[in-house]
Design a protein around this ligand. Structure first.
Ligand code: AVJ
Length: 321
């Protein structure tokens, strides 16, 4: 059953957090914007398309891990927990987990409200009797969990290697915040993409069909749409490259000619030289054996790990200390 609070009326106002992050990010040198703003409705749809691409191995690899190890999760986690998913999106992997562990409630959290409500309704009809309580918001910020799950033990679910959007130090801070949100006795199941051959990595972020390019370029289209920008879309190209020192795949939008553009919502003028980039995402790749120390720093013990070694992915179970 889907339980939602009344949605606010869709008013066409500027999201002040979006405006602030974009203005700050484009005023900086080098220019860089947080990846959270990829996920408007269009961006969420494009990300869904990415997860089906032959080059983008993380989703199918993690889905197979979840499918394969359901009985292990059931044994390690037990039944009757409230599952809280961070960055649920379409929540296509979630049914595997829910079927395996028989939870008491499901709380998907996502920044894209429209998208979240559609996927929550779908999930609720696939699991009649399971309370589904979506929360629209940015899990990097302050959030409240629904009152309906107070008293239930929690299992956080943080799949997809979204943790890779943070460098290890910031990842520890986020896990600590999740620990605080989930409370005493919490567990956290977390998916992590592992370091591998750079050709495979780059292919996954620069697919032949150009879906990832469209996903990246949608950020500029969104700035034009929502902030009254006049960036010429045809003056930017998608770049994915591997940074071996940071061990991350970086995505950039590169100006193919000198660009001067304006953002009406903040009276800002932005100039880029030909070849200059806007750094839009880092996708850090971990070694599986780094997780125990990260968990420890965040107040958890890493109690189990399930590894896929052909494509290189890890699912780790953390237990609050
Ligand atoms: C959702 C952050 C896990 O880094 O692989 C996919 C986002 N960006 N293709 C990733 C993404 C380009 C994805 N995460």
């Amino acid at each position: 059953m889907l339980l939602t609070e009344d949605a606010p009326l869709p008013v066409r106002t500027v999201d002040p957090a979006f405006r602030r992050d974009i203005v700050e990010g484009l005023s900086r040198m080098p220019k860089a914007t947080p990846p959270i703003w990829f996920y408007d409705r269009r961006g969420s749809e494009l990300f869904e398309e990415i997860t089906d691409l032959p080059e983008y191995y993380p989703t199918r690899t993690e889905t197979a891990l979840l499918e394969q190890h359901g009985p292990d999760f059931a044994q390690a986690v037990g039944s009757g927990r409230a599952v809280v998913e961070f960055g649920a999106g379409s929540a296509r992997k979630t049914p595997r987990l829910l079927r395996a562990i028989n939870p008491a409630a499901y709380v998907p959290i996502d920044i894209s409200g429209e998208f979240l409500h559609a996927s929550s309704a779908e999930l609720a009809s696939a699991f009649p009797g399971l309370p589904v309580l979506p929360v629209v918001g940015d899990f990097n910020g302050v959030l409240d969990l629904p009152a309906a799950i107070s008293g239930l033990p929690r299992l956080g679910f943080f799949p997809g290697s979204t943790i890779g959007n943070m460098e290890p130090e910031a990842a520890v801070d986020l896990l600590r915040a999740m620990h605080r949100l989930l409370g005493d006795g919490a567990m956290l199941l977390i998916g992590m993409d592992r370091i591998k051959d750079s050709n495979r990595l780059i292919a996954a972020y620069d697919d032949a069909k150009g879906v990832t390019a469209a996903f990246n370029l949608n950020l500029i289209a969104r700035i034009n749409r929502e902030l009254g920008g006049d960036f010429p879309l045809d003056a930017f190209e998608h770049v994915a490259r591997f940074n071996p020192d940071a061990r991350s795949v970086e995505m950039h939008l590169r100006a193919t000619r000198d660009v001067t553009a304006h953002i009406a919502a903040s009276k800002l003028t932005v100039s880029l030289k030909a070849g200059e980039t806007i750094w839009t995402e880092s996708s850090h790749k971990y070694r599986a054996d780094e997780m125990p120390a990260i968990a420890d720093d965040a107040g958890f013990v890493c109690s189990h790990q399930w590894l896929e070694n052909e494509w290189g992915f890890a699912e780790s179970l953390l237990v609050a200390r």
